[in-house]
Write a protein that binds this ligand. Structure first.
Ligand SMILES: Cc1cc2nc3c(=O)[nH]c(=O)nc-3n(C[C@H](O)[C@H](O)[C@H](O)COP(=O)(O)O)c2cc1C
Length: 270
């Protein structure tokens, strides 16, 4: 189930839903009433109708939660102005040194809660989440991922030397001895899975930063799992597409944003 219909005690027939989501919402020719009509089940449950109805007249079911609002939702540029967001994004760093301290479960849940609001293609929301905090499992996986990457001549030439040096610094170097590794994965078969997962990881990483936590995207695991899907069994997970990142309290401080080359933008309007 998704959108069930319209609460006509509340609806003032403004037609915002008709504008936002034709043909699911339309006006009845006989009495101009707004109706929701989706006989073929095309609604992707994006919820725009719920969000924009000024009368809160959209009836829905099985969305997993009630709708939610907060002071300032109608002017998000005031809520987090660009300068704040720009600095927050610029200052985001991949963290490869972590304190030996577990992140409380409620903070991990907050990171995952933010990931659940990632936009996904056709609102599929097929991603699953797993948090691995068992150090023995992480050691096994780290060794297996490293071995897999060193098997392949292309990845071996890229990583062999740094793995050797860093191997002496960490117990499970692929995950930088982070106390937690988060797996975002799907068993689906959509051409968009990788994009959806990458966006989801980014939401999680930024949410973690706002909680004082550090993260590092772990493409190594992704490459190793693609080469050898059996490796995911070490952490008892099954999937087709993977996004993996480390999570913990950073044991390093950054004092400035590194310079980045600004790219030439093509403005194709002439
Ligand atoms: C998709 C993706 C995969 C990455 N995989 C790894 C990885 O496997 N190991 C690693 O140490 N860093 C990894 N990184 C981190 C990048 O190396 C890092 O973002 C880049 O060097 C810039 O540094 P910064 O994130 O601190 O600004 C990855 C980043 C992205 C976006």
């Amino acid at each position: 189930m998704s959108i069930i219909g319209i609460d006509y005690d509340k609806c003032n027939t403004c037609g915002m839903c008709v504008l936002e989501c034709p043909p699911m919402f339309k006006r009845s020719k006989s009495d101009n009433k707004v109706i929701f009509d989706d006989p073929t089940g095309r609604c992707i449950r994006c919820g725009h109708c719920i969000s924009l109805c000024p009368q809160d007249a959209i009836l829905f079911d099985d969305f997993g939660e009630e709708h939610y609002s907060f002071e300032g939702i109608d002017d998000l540029s005031n809520y987090i102005p660009y300068e704040k967001l720009y600095n927050f994004l610029r200052a985001n760093r991949s963290i490869r040194w972590y304190k030996k301290k577990q992140v409380p479960i409620d903070l991990i849940k907050k990171v995952i809660a933010a990931m659940e609001y990632t936009p996904t293609s056709a609102n599929l929301r097929a991603e699953k989440f797993a948090v691995v905090s068992d150090i023995e499992q992480l050691k096994l996986l780290s060794d297996a991922v490293k071995e897999e990457l060193l098997k392949n001549p292309a990845t071996r030439s890229m990583y062999e030397e740094s793995f050797q040096i860093r191997g002496e610094l960490y117990e499970y170097q692929i995950y930088f001895d982070a106390p937690h590794v988060i797996f975002v994965y799907t068993s689906g078969n959509s051409a968009m899975d990788h994009y959806n997962i990458a966006n989801t990881v980014t939401y999680g990483r930024l949410a973690a930063q706002s909680l004082g936590l550090g993260t590092c995207y772990n493409g190594w695991t992704h490459i190793a799992f693609e080469n050898n899907p059996k490796l995911s069994k070490i952490v008892r997970l099954r999937g087709r597409s993977w996004g993996v990142f480390t999570l913990g309290y950073p044991n390093v401080k950054f004092y400035r944003c590194p310079p980045r080359k600004h790219r030439k933008i093509k403005f194709l309007n002439e």
